[in-house]
Design a protein around this ligand. Structure first.
Ligand code: NI
Length: 172
């Protein structure tokens, strides 16, 4: 397992629609393991393959950030089957350093995907889990959380982002 580099806003892979995974081979297994390690080390509670510059439909989520094994979700080709209600909550993203904004999301979703053993998994999620799953699936469709803000808000964020990016580059 190895940690991979997380690409940042402005990188073209982040705005592409990711390709479905039709064959769970060693490359995909390795990618999933690396994503889990990268997410835990960041630390973050969710990661999508495009964030490590691989344009494939794979996400990892772990609200416990490595503390509880049964909270780790690795999902291939996730699809939202149902969404219901609304909730507003603050979000950030490892690819959008230093920016935290309130985002409107469905309050409850049902997601279907596959695990690394090619078994179908269906998750009914609310609250933070619903928010993170939705955020990660957005990444697979080339969408960042700031794309869900108003155009005015996005414009105001651009300057802040430039400063944050310069800071994080300075850190290496
Ligand atoms: Ni993100």
């Amino acid at each position: 397992m190895s940690k991979r580099e997380i690409i940042k806003i402005g990188h073209p892979t982040l705005s592409q629609k990711a390709e479905p995974i039709n064959n769970i081979n060693q490359e995909i297994v390795d990618l999933a393991k690396d994503m889990v390690e990268t997410m835990h080390q960041a630390p973050g509670i969710g990661l999508a393959a495009p964030q490590v510059n691989v344009s494939r439909r794979l996400i990892t989520v772990d609200l416990s950030v490595g503390e509880k094994k049964d909270e780790l979700i690795v999902m291939i080709n996730p699809e939202i089957l149902e969404e219901e209600g609304e909730m507003i909550g603050e979000e950030g993203c490892l690819s959008v350093p230093g920016i935290y904004e309130k985002v409107l999301r469905p309050a409850r979703i049902v997601v279907r995907g596959y695990n690394l053993d090619e078994q179908e998994i269906i998750i009914e999620a609310r609250d933070l889990l619903a928010r993170v799953l939705y955020h990660e699936i957005d990444h697979l469709n080339g969408k960042l959380f700031i794309d869900r803000l108003s155009p005015l808000k996005r414009r105001l964020l651009k300057n802040r982002l430039k400063k944050e990016m310069a800071k994080s580059e300075g850190k290496g």
